[in-house]
Design a binder for this molecule. Structure first.
Ligand code: TXA
Ligand code: MG
Length: 328
């Protein structure tokens, strides 16, 4: 039996499988099986009214899960699938409440990772529903996993099998665009920017107006390490670190512009991580480095503030939430 065959058999038996995607690893279950989907919530410690993303093998499966699909959805699917874009659509009759958190909408995407696609196709070919419900494979509120080892670290034996697809190429969760009512709304920024969506379809997704968060990724405290975190401007970074050192605090530093040598003779009290100075490279490594710093035994994680620019929006969003939820 190949790993894919094992994964298909487990999904059909209502078990959980860890799945590599191009964004982050997912914790997958048969989306048509409410008892299997319930296991996701139990394993993550996630509130049951939070909707999940259903992963499908191709846009040809959309009508199994969604209804009243607008032309815009087909256009975006054509341009961006397989890829890191989730579309929120009206849900089709028969989709279990467990998947949608009882809402009348559903989140759908075709992931770009070859192993995820292979699994989805094999699952559909073996008579499965063709839909794999999968949130990020972390415990609720914690940092999303970007390697198979992270999934094991987060969930241990709660997941029967973790398919190892190597480190995730994108490194942060998919862009979520809501097409379920009127004009497109950007529910979560990601690798695919609103500007690219506008270039593809002529409509710029707007921020939703206030209201109760429908996506758990939109709660303030999310993607967070257990160690407290602070964001500090580049020009203040060294002074800030020196002050921390004088008060005996060990810092983990996440910098994109300043090498550790910048701090004179003070290597010892710091764990210093350099990230690429461009947003895609930064996003690719961000979660792995946060996880590492969280395990480094430091008192504080200090993040050098990133540029205030449109192409940094997705990274800025994740960092803001991480700072807010850290130390909880
Ligand atoms: O990149 C990703 O999207 C990863 C990989 C595994 O595909 N998945 C992921 O899942 O990030 P999760 O559950 O951690 O985040 C999915 C987000 C949640 O914030 C959820 O609330 C939102 O999608 N979502 C799902 N269905 C929704 C719906 N019907 N309306 C609004 N938000 C929805
Ligand atoms: Mg998540």
């Amino acid at each position: 039996m190949t790993e894919i065959e094992r994964a298909v058999a487990l999904l059909k038996a209502g078990e959980l499988v860890g799945i590599p995607t191009e964004t982050v690893y997912g914790l997958g279950a048969d989306a048509a099986n409410p008892a299997a989907v319930a296991k996701i919530f139990a394993a993550k410690g996630r509130p049951a009214d939070h909707p999940l993303i259903v992963h499908i093998p191709g846009a040809g499966h959309l009508e199994r899960w969604a209804r009243d699909i607008p032309a815009l959805a087909w256009e975006l699917a054509e341009d961006f699938w397989p890829g890191p874009l989730t579309l929120i659509l009206k849900r089709a009759p028969g989709v279990p409440d467990a998947v949608t958190g009882g809402q009348d909408t559903i989140g759908l995407r075709v992931p770009g990772h070859p192993l995820a696609l292979e699994l989805l196709r094999a699952f559909a070919a073996a008579g499965g529903s063709g839909g794999i419900a999968a949130p990020s494979a972390n415990r609720f509120g914690r940092i999303s996993p970007t390697t198979a080892a992270h999934v094991r670290e987060e969930l241990g034996d709660a997941v029967a099998l973790v398919l190892d697809g190597g480190p995730c190429a994108v490194g942060i969760e998919s862009t979520i665009v809501d097409l379920s009512s009127g004009s497109p709304k950007l529910l979560r920024p990601g690798h695919i920017s609103p500007q690219r969506i506008e270039a593809a379809c002529g409509l710029l997704p707007q921020a939703p107006d206030g209201g109760v968060p429908r996506a758990s990724g939109t709660l303030e405290a999310h993607y967070a390490p257990q160690t407290p975190m602070r964001m500090v401007g580049s020009e203040r970074l060294l002074d800030f670190l020196n002050a921390q050192r004088h008060s005996g605090r060990r810092c983990g530093v996440l910098s994109h512009s300043q090498p550790p040598q910048a701090v004179s003779g003070t290597q010892q009290p710091y764990v210093w991580k350099m990230l690429p100075a461009a947003p895609d490279g930064y996003a690719h490594e961000l979660y792995a480095v946060l996880r590492e710093l969280d395990h480094a035994g430091v008192d504080l994680i200090v993040v050098e503030a990133i540029p205030d620019a449109a192409d940094w929006a997705a990274v800025a969003d994740r960092l803001r939430r991480a700072v807010h939820g850290a130390g909880a």
